[in-house]
Design a protein around this ligand. Structure first.
Ligand SMILES: Cc1cc2nc3c(=O)[nH]c(=O)nc-3n(C[C@H](O)[C@H](O)[C@H](O)COP(=O)(O)OP(=O)(O)OC[C@H]3O[C@@H](n4cnc5c(N)ncnc54)[C@H](O)[C@@H]3O)c2cc1C
Ligand SMILES: *[C@@H]1O[C@H](CO)[C@@H](O)[C@H](O)[C@H]1NC(C)=O
Ligand SMILES: *[C@@H]1O[C@H](CO)[C@@H](O)[C@H](O)[C@H]1NC(C)=O
Ligand SMILES: *[C@@H]1O[C@H](CO)[C@@H](O)[C@H](O)[C@H]1NC(C)=O
Ligand SMILES: *[C@@H]1O[C@H](CO)[C@@H](O)[C@H](O)[C@H]1NC(C)=O
Ligand SMILES: *[C@@H]1O[C@H](CO)[C@@H](O)[C@H](O)[C@H]1NC(C)=O
Length: 531
């Protein structure tokens, strides 16, 4: 049947045929293939966006958060497909393979190197924005969540049904479920319940041949790999069955700021000995940034001691008095709230209605428009001199919008084997460091100075952090820890960055990749290579 939409698509394909040089042929053939392939061509035509489509830019930028990847020299896709049915995903994979187009899968679009929507070869984005259903089963404490849902809407749907259930996910509301879980995923509950990947019970997965697999049919090796081995390597996860965890109706949060003049260095130094041993019910982090000093014209550093506690202020205060009296925590510093309110609090939007979590285009104030991230793991406390060297770099002018965060490890993370999932950073880590170099306005030549600052700070820290390998967190993707040549990747080349993210789990990931996608269709600059 030739529906009007089908004719529209056909016209579009013809227009494309005449307006592109022969060098763009794969993409014309690809579009033609899609139009023939799909038995639902009328519906698929509504989900294909070429550069000629007036909505192309808005679809592309709808989940483009880091404006570093919105410059004129950032390569753009030839086509964006926003599937509404599984058959659209299958058809896109089939036609991309047939016509030599690379695909990139995008869920929330927060990849720190833009790998879900930037490639340096002709490519198609499979954007899962329409795969975003969330089904909460309170009785059995499980949820089925599609990859294109954002964490905020997942949390909102849990809170709608229960005040005492939660999911151990990240704080930042607009992160996509798909990329987040694929990369491990940590958040406020990780010292109590582990990573997001530790709490996956089943998944709906689509492979390079378009087969739809679940935990049973994919087998335990692949099921292991998708729970932290990184997105974009094995296939596309369409949905996840997740374990919901109990939380008390009242949790307590605090943020206590201390400047260098208020002994921040001593306190941060002390925190390293205390925080990793706090009870599992506690999440503890320190946010470091520069501020203008009240005492003179120079800048100082403020260390914000942040905590989230599964319990009341009455329980938290004596615990802190016993373990960390130097901080001088008072009852006024503590705020009791529900778990869902703590998500708003940690996004810096505590005065907003909960519905803001459903807003997929809302840009949180805690994020600068441009940013570059790096990560480290710390296994031995850093001396005060060592810390001061880092703090002095934070007072550089170029670091004015930069924050450095220490996240205490310990808790259940010490008791889960480093081979349980591909995420290997478990026992032996005191805390993780996140260097989040941020800036406000783009100027291609100027932005280099921020990137250079991040490299210098990272280089300065090398004596103080994990070595051989210098471990890094996959979800804080950083192409500077090593990357593939996506045309041809050697095992040796990939194992440089692979061991930093996965330690010796890397070898098992290569084994899984070799079985599920031997021709390396799903690939990017840091995807797992087949043998
Ligand atoms: C402000 C901010 C705060 C953050 N806070 C945290 C935090 O608290 N904890 C934490 O763990 N991480 C955090 N992150 C990192 C975040 O988890 C990762 O960037 C994650 O990959 C984002 O997922 P996404 O779906 O939004 O990204 P995308 O850019 O859509 O995807 C990321 C990668 O996964 C692939 N992918 C996406 N969807 C799928 C799929 N369905 N199947 C297979 N592959 C897929 C993509 O191709 C890409 O390679 C934060 C990031 C930002 C920007
Ligand atoms: C055609 O569409 C129907 C309904 O959407 C689906 O069940 C069927 O599997 C599709 N067939 C192919 C070949 O894609
Ligand atoms: C991205 O760049 C385009 C073109 O320069 C601009 O029109 C658009 O506003 C930018 N997007 C964002 C979110 O800033
Ligand atoms: C900082 O530490 C010194 C020495 O331990 C102490 O005397 C001083 O009162 C502390 N200052 C603040 C603001 O806590
Ligand atoms: C969502 O957030 C965006 C950006 O902040 C805002 O422009 C828009 O009005 C919000 N939408 C709703 C429905 O609140
Ligand atoms: C970019 O930054 C450089 C270095 O500070 C400055 O000289 C130049 O004027 C800036 N250009 C724009 C367009 O802002």
């Amino acid at each position: 049947m030739k529906s009007p939409q089908f004719s529209k698509l056909f016209t579009l394909v013809l227009a494309a045929l005449f307006s592109f040089s022969w060098a763009a042929l794969p993409h014309e053939n690809f579009l033609h293939c899609l139009s023939l392939r799909s038995n639902v061509s009328s519906s698929i035509s509504n989900v294909i966006f070429t550069r000629k489509n007036e909505r192309f830019e808005s679809v592309l930028e709808g989940r483009l958060w880091n404006l570093r990847f919105n410059s004129t020299d950032t390569p753009k896709p030839l086509v964006i497909v926003t599937p509404t049915q599984v058959s659209h995903v299958q058809a896109t994979i089939f036609c991309s393979r047939k016509h030599g187009m690379q695909t990139r899968t995008r869920s929330g679009g927060h990849d720190y190197e833009g790998l879900s929507f930037v490639a340096r070869v002709p490519f198609v984005i499979i954007d899962l924005v329409n795969f975003r259903s969330v089904d909460i089963d309170v009785e059995n404490r499980v949820a089925w969540v599609q990859s294109g849902a954002i964490l905020g809407e997942f949390y909102y749907r849990i809170a709608e049904k229960s005040t005492t259930l939660a999911f151990p996910g990240g704080v930042f509301h607009s992160i996509g479920v798909g990329g987040y879980i694929s990369g491990g995923g940590f958040g406020l509950l990780f010292r109590k319940h582990g990573t997001a990947g530790d709490n996956v019970l089943d998944a709906q997965f689509i492979d390079v041949n378009g087969r739809i697999l679940d935990r049973n049919s994919m087998g335990e090796d692949l099921f292991w790999a998708i729970r932290g081995g990184g997105g974009g390597s094995f296939g596309i996860v369409l949905a996840w069955k997740l374990r919901l965890v109990p939380v008390p109706a009242t949790v307590t949060v605090f943020t206590v700021g201390r400047t260098l003049e208020q002994n921040a260095t001593e306190l941060v130094h002390r925190w390293q000995y205390i925080a990793p041993d706090l009870p599992d019910e506690m999440y503890a982090s320190i946010q470091l940034r520069s501020i203008d000093s009240t005492q003179d014209a120079r800048k100082t550093v403020v260390a914000n001691f942040i905590a989230f506690f599964l319990g009341t202020a009455d329980e938290l205060l004596p615990l802190m008095e016993l373990r960390f009296p130097e901080l001088g925590l008072t009852r006024e510093d503590c705020t009791e709230m529900s778990w869902i309110e703590s998500i708003l609090y940690n996004n810096g939007i505590q005065n907003q209605p909960l519905e803001i979590l459903l807003n997929r285009t809302y840009r949180s104030p805690i994020n600068t428009p441009y940013y570059k991230i790096k990560s480290d793991y710390v296994k031995e406390p850093i001396s005060q001199t060592g810390l001061n060297g880092l703090f002095s770099r934070l007072t550089d002018d170029v670091a004015a919008s930069t924050i450095i965060i220490f996240f205490a490890y310990g808790g259940i993370m010490n008791r889960i084997s480093e081979h349980a999932t591909p995420f290997p950073h478990r026992a032996g880590n005191l805390y993780k460091i996140c260097y989040n170099a941020g800036w406000q306005e783009e100027n291609n030549t100027y932005s280099q100075i921020y990137l250079d600052w991040a490299r210098r700070a990272y280089s300065y820290m090398s004596p103080f952090v994990s070595k051989s390998p210098r471990e890094a967190y996959l979800n804080y993707r950083d192409l500077e820890v090593g990357s593939n040549n996506i045309g041809y990747t050697s095992y040796a080349q990939a194992s440089i960055w692979g061991r930093k993210y996965f330690k010796d789990n890397f070898d098992r990931l290569v084994h899984v990749k070799t079985k599920i996608d031997p021709e390396n269709f799903f690939k990017h600059e840091q995807s797992i290579p087949p043998f």
